[in-house]
Design a protein around this ligand. Structure first.
Ligand code: 6DK
Ligand code: ZN
Length: 363
């Protein structure tokens, strides 16, 4: 699985200590940043999940663990199309709880300062999961659950949170959970393509989707930033431009106390489902830029990614950057013309809410 593959890659490159905890403590006392420290995952509780999900949704996922193989197979077949795109098994409930619990423990550790930053290598992903619905391989929305818990448990340390979603798909669940929330800034880079690329259009035309015109509502106006590419095929040039012109200016103006990355690696070069070309070096640079926020408090949570080789190389680059390695020098390709238009439109839509997006400051 992708967890094994990523962990093997991190171990092969000497980032993860493979000996005993006692040995690790001894080493870390002399060389504080040499290895990644293991934060144990645990199952999230019903109460934690229900901070962002309806209790009936929790019970629906819980019920999966009691279903027969036959029932699970029927359900998966029925839900494998369109916006549902869901596959379930007898272990889905437990895995979803551990995934959410892993995100919670990861983010908490960063907030309290037990670690400088962290990377949650978890699955199943979460960013499509809605208040009352599982979809797009997602059951519980790991990142919003962790974000809400950090705010509730550490109000003095963690009021404002930036959730940066670089998975190639729009994180509709995260967007909708925080659409009117002024303290959570959700920025997503994704393929939009007339709303036909997954997750596409919601049932109701009144529900906001991944379109760049959706900027949040009420007190949360401006706290939702959709950078929806018009098509697949984007790469380092487009992602670096998006970061330089939109993501980092807005993020600095917002000035978060914590950064959570919804880190899918399906925009990576080599991922056929995403069809984009972001290289590991670009992931390193994006990570490095985000580390300039929130005093370096960055928690990375894994979302999607469908090419094990591409996921592992990208995750390695992110982890190395988190560990303090300077990102390698990169040649930034010229930005695609249509993509530049998208960025200009995003700037125009966000200009009413952000000083840095006003014409004349960013061209
Ligand atoms: N199915 C995600 O990566 C999930 O955002 C994406 C879910 C996409 C499902 C629909 C889809 C295909 C396409 C091509 C071939 C087979 C199946 F949630 C995350 F995991 F992060 O495109
Ligand atoms: Zn995805």
């Amino acid at each position: 699985s992708r967890i094994e593959y990523i962990m093997k890659t991190l171990k092969r490159h000497g980032l993860v200590f493979t000996g005993s905890d006692a040995d690790l403590i001894r080493i870390i006392q002399s060389e504080p940043t040499k290895y990644m420290w293991r934060i144990p995952a645990r199952e999230a509780t019903r109460e934690e999940i229900c901070i962002v999900h309806h209790p009936e949704h929790f019970s629906w996922v819980e019920a999966l663990s009691q279903m027969s193989t036959q029932e699970l197979r029927e359900l998966s077949t029925r839900m494998d199309q369109g916006r549902d795109s869901l596959y379930v098994g007898s272990m889905t409930y437990e895995a979803s709880l551990i995934s959410a619990g892993g995100a919670i423990e990861t983010c908490k550790s960063v907030v309290v300062g037990n670690v400088k930053n962290a990377f949650a290598v978890i699955r199943p992903p979460g960013h499509h999961a809605e208040y009352k619905a599982a979809m797009g391989f997602c059951l519980f929305n790991n990142v919003p659950i962790a974000a809400k818990i950090c705010q509730a448990d550490y109000p003095d340390l963690c009021r404002k949170i930036l959730i940066l979603d670089w998975d190639v798909h729009h994180g509709n669940g995260i967007q909708n959970m925080f659409y009117d929330d002024p303290n959570i800034l959700y920025i997503s880079l994704h393929v939009y393509r007339n709303g036909e690329f997954y997750p596409g259009k919601p049932d109701s035309p009144f529900i906001p989707d991944g379109g760049i015109e959706h900027c949040g509502a009420g007190p949360g106006l401006g706290k939702n930033v959709n950078i929806g590419w018009h098509d697949q095929g984007m790469g380092d040039g487009e992602y670096m431009a998006a970061f330089q012109k939109i993501v980092m200016p807005i993020a600095h103006e917002f000035n978060p106390d914590l950064v959570i990355i919804s880190a899918g690696f399906d925009a990576a070069a080599g991922d056929e489902l995403g069809g984009c070309f972001v290289t590991p070096v670009c992931y390193a640079h994006m990570t490095h830029m985000l580390m300039s926020l929130a005093g370096g408090k960055v928690a990375v949570c894994l979302e999607g990614g469908y090419d094990l080789e591409a996921i592992s190389k990208s995750a390695l680059a992110v982890a190395q950057t988190l560990m303090g390695e300077p990102p390698p020098k990169m040649e930034i390709p010229r930005i695609n013309r249509e993509a530049a238009k998208v960025l200009a439109k995003v700037q125009a839509y966000q200009a009413p809410y952000w000083e840095c997006m006003r014409p004349g400051i960013v061209d």
